[in-house]
Design a protein around this ligand. Structure first.
Ligand code: PMT
Length: 398
């Protein structure tokens, strides 16, 4: 799985840095190409000479050395993945804060590849509220975390905080990109964001969807080889949408037509948008003036996009819906799965903190029409998108 993969290993100042030598050796054995960067503190635990010899590449430590400047941007672009193992408490907090006072941090901040973090520290440091908060920030930034293990710590105490063993790290790396090319030749349709239902030229009915969840799914499907059309409602966040065909829409009706146009040629459709259920029956041509003490507006139902696609889907098409619930979550999600004739329903509940609208994280459960159910932890929306796409790939057996 790791043959030919370019891995940039960052080593920071922790007693677990001695495992970096075993890790580099194991990665090379797997056929990966490894370059190492270290913090100054890491050099107190393991020598750059050891890691340079094992990786067969010079080790970089300094951002500036005499009259030369290390090109941190190119290092981040060279790598297929940046792995930081061990990640000390100090570097972890600097990463969360976006500090940039050494080469490793400069590379981390400019890396365009996925980043995998393998923390290592004493249990009390690991459990400190500041570290907890920093970890949440790093997860929300899309980093992949290899969890700490339980066992004997450098302090002599036993508990959580040990760096994962090299075999565990290699297994986590191998899972990355396991779906590369699995969706080659497939066409995917994804909806994301809110819809705006105009009341008059200056007002609308909308909701808090940022588009982050749907965009993460579109990106993940694209990473796995699918040709992706993203039907995107009006969002204020700016996204990198390279490689996706994007159709911008405003209202539920516009989203309905865009999806129905694309659906015939679609193999996999994922409806992650938060579509308005009602729209004003009449849109005022001029700005409505404030006159009466109270004012009523008549709303009419919008077309149900998911349901309409469910009615026309063939046996070869896969339809995935989302359910955003506040109560009776499982029951409501299962009933939406049936009523809208979807194959898979992804449930997120507004009762779970960090889940749903606007956040960088989400917590989902997935149900399918064959009775399958899977419950996932709170993750970055990129991580949730990976889980959903993994589920889709397993479901359609490609
Ligand atoms: O965009 P983010 O800020 O990242 O937030 C993500 C999210 C919370 C919007 C997303 O994870 C999510 O839950 N999207 C669906 C929200 C929603 O409208 O849920 P619903 O239970 O009301 O709708 C059920 C399904 O029917 C959804 O797939 C929805 O896209 C679809 N629908 C709803 C109404 C309608 N008129 N047409 C539809 O197709």
């Amino acid at each position: 799985m790791l043959k030919g993969k370019k891995i940039l290993l960052g080593v920071t100042g922790s007693i677990a840095a001695y495992k970096a030598a075993l890790l580099v050796r194991a990665l090379i054995k797997e056929g990966a190409e490894v370059k190492v960067i270290m913090t100054e503190a890491a050099k107190s635990f393991i020598s750059p000479l050891t890691l340079a010899t094992l990786s067969k590449h010079p080790v970089s430590v300094d951002l500036f050395k005499e009259d030369t400047w290390a090109n941190h941007v190119m290092l981040g672009r060279w790598a297929d993945i940046m792995l930081v193992a061990p990640l000390s408490c100090n570097t972890l907090s600097k990463m969360a804060a976006g500090l940039c006072d050494n080469l490793l941090l400069a590379v981390y901040l400019s890396a365009t590849c996925p980043v995998m973090l393998v923390p290592a520290m004493d249990e009390d440091m690991w459990k400190h509220p500041a570290t907890r908060k920093n970890m949440e920030t790093l997860v929300s930034h899309g980093n992949i975390i290899v969890p700490v293990e339980n066992g004997e710590l450098a302090s002599g105490l036993f508990g959580e905080g040990r760096m994962a063993e090299p075999e565990t790290i290699i297994a986590a790396l191998s899972r990355q990109g396991k779906n590369e090319g699995r969706l080659n030749g497939k066409k995917a349709l994804v909806t994301a964001g809110p819809t705006y239902e105009h009341i008059d030229p200056v007002r609308f009915i909308g909701n808090h969807s940022s588009g982050k969840m749907g965009v993460a799914i579109a990106r993940e499907l694209f990473q796995c080889g699918a040709e992706v059309t993203l039907v995107l409602g009006p969002v204020s966040d700016t996204f990198v949408l390279d490689g996706l065909k994007v159709v911008h829409v405003q209202s539920a009706e516009e989203m309905f037509y865009a999806c129905n146009r694309a659906f015939e040629k679609t193999d996999i459709a994922v409806m992650a948008a938060a579509v308005a259920d009602y729209t004003p029956a009449v849109v005022a041509p001029e700005k409505i003036k404030k006159k009466e003490e109270s004012w009523q507006m008549t709303l009419k139902k919008t077309p149900d996009i998911l349901k309409s696609l469910g009615q026309k889907k063939t046996g070869k098409q896969l339809l995935v819906g989302f359910a955003l619930e506040t109560n009776n979550e499982r029951e409501n999600a299962l009933s939406k799965l049936q009523q809208k004739n979807a194959d898979i329903m992804v449930l997120n509940s507004l009762r779970d903190s960090g889940a749903g609208f606007g956040t960088d994280t989400n917590k989902v459960s997935v149900f399918d029409r064959n009775g399958g159910e899977k419950y996932f932890d709170l993750k970055s929306k990129a991580g949730v998108a990976k889980d959903i796409v993994d589920y889709i790939i397993e479901y359609i057996h490609v």
